[in-house]
Design a protein around this ligand. Structure first.
Ligand code: UT7
Length: 312
């Protein structure tokens, strides 16, 4: 049996902040943001809406999508860098709210790669028959750690959550190969400072991402026994359209075969990949039996990729 996605959902807050809105906050302009990042607008959580609330809505949608009861979940893994509190974990809050009374729960900290780390962790528990159904979530309220006077970062980020239930799927489907990596020496390029603000050396992260995304993608494609040409759809971390396009071009994938939620949601850190995956499946861009590649990178520095045969 394979290990794959058996339920999928996402949630984004209602409030939209456009590039024009950003012009009123910092010295920036729509033209710069669009051409340099591909972002047109982003969602911002309400004051009384935290990371666990968004995780809850996304998880509910994933459970509903898979027709799975909360009590069936054996483990909850929430990837986030913006937990409501350092403890209890967002995953424990989520367990309580969902009524997932049989689940163990812990958070995963791998920044924008967090959802990939959660997915691969889930795969191990299911493959060893320790657990059958694992809820993995990427949820971020980045708006609470944004430095709203730093134009280098505040225009890039947005809030949201995506969730998947992982479980057994038929042989040949699900996760075919993976790669996870980290380079702690690069931690200084993207971190949270003593003011609790996100700080980034954009240029350095850009260079790292443009190198790492295609490399990890090619590694998982080859590990799965395929060539670049076999890939049906690419779900890259939504950090910058220029980074995404560079990776896509290195893989020789046409524009219509790559998820681009960045335009309306910006960079949602660990939530970017599951939101993009969920939207792509719902919009019919990903079909049964498609070979898809999920690839993320982020603070740590960390990275992760998966080649996956879609379907159950
Ligand atoms: O998920 C976490 C990972 N994060 C990322 O992947 C982000 C990676 N980095 C990037 O996406 C890009 O580095 C940025 C979009 C952040 C910046 O693009 P860049 O090509 O690296 O530009 P830059 O930082 O070198 O800035 C170019 C110019 C500068 O002006 P000067 O010095 O040339 O006069 C900046 O001050 O653009 C200026 N600038 C802005 N102008 C208008 C920086 N931010 C803005 C802004 N609006 N918001």
């Amino acid at each position: 049996m394979g290990v794959g996605v058996i339920g999928l959902g996402h949630y984004v807050p209602e409030k939209v902040l456009t590039n024009e809105d950003m012009e009123k906050i910092v010295d920036t302009n729509d033209e710069w943001i669009r051409t340099m990042t591909g972002i047109e607008e982003r969602r911002i959580a309400a004051d009384d809406e935290d990371t666990s609330d968004m995780a809850f809505h996304a998880a509910q949608n994933a459970l509903k999508d898979g027709n799975i009861k909360a009590e069936e979940i054996d483990l909850i893994l929430v990837a986030t860098v913006t937990p409501d509190t350092p403890f209890p974990s967002v995953s424990c809050m989520l367990q309580d709210r969902l009524g997932a009374t049989n689940a163990a729960a812990m958070d995963v900290s791998a920044a924008c790669s967090g959802f990939m780390y959660a997915m691969i962790t889930a795969k191990q528990f299911i493959e060893t028959n320790a657990y059958k159904k694992i809820l993995i979530v990427g949820s971020e309220k980045l708006s609470k750690i944004i430095n709203w006077s730093d134009r280098n970062t505040c225009v890039l980020l947005g809030d949201g959550a995506g969730a998947a239930v992982m479980g057994n799927v038929s042989e040949g489907k699900g996760i075919l190969s993976f790669e996870l990596g980290s380079n702690g020496a690069g931690g200084k390029e993207l971190y949270q400072n003593e003011m609790d603000h996100l700080v980034m050396n954009g240029r350095e992260v850009f260079k790292f991402a443009v190198r790492q995304m295609p490399e990890s993608s090619i590694n998982v494609i080859e590990k799965a026994g395929y060539n670049k040409e076999d890939v049906d759809y690419l779900i890259p971390h939504q950090a910058n359209i220029r980074i995404m396009d560079a990776a896509r071009e290195r893989l020789g994938i046409s524009e219509d075969k790559m998820a681009k939620t960045i335009k309306k949601y910006g960079n949602n850190s660990s939530a970017s990949i599951p939101i993009a995956l969920s939207e792509s499946v719902k919009n019919g861009k990903i079909k049964d039996n498609d070979l898809i590649v999920l690839v993320g990178f982020g603070g740590g520095l960390t990275w992760g990729a998966v080649a996956l045969r879609w379907g159950m």
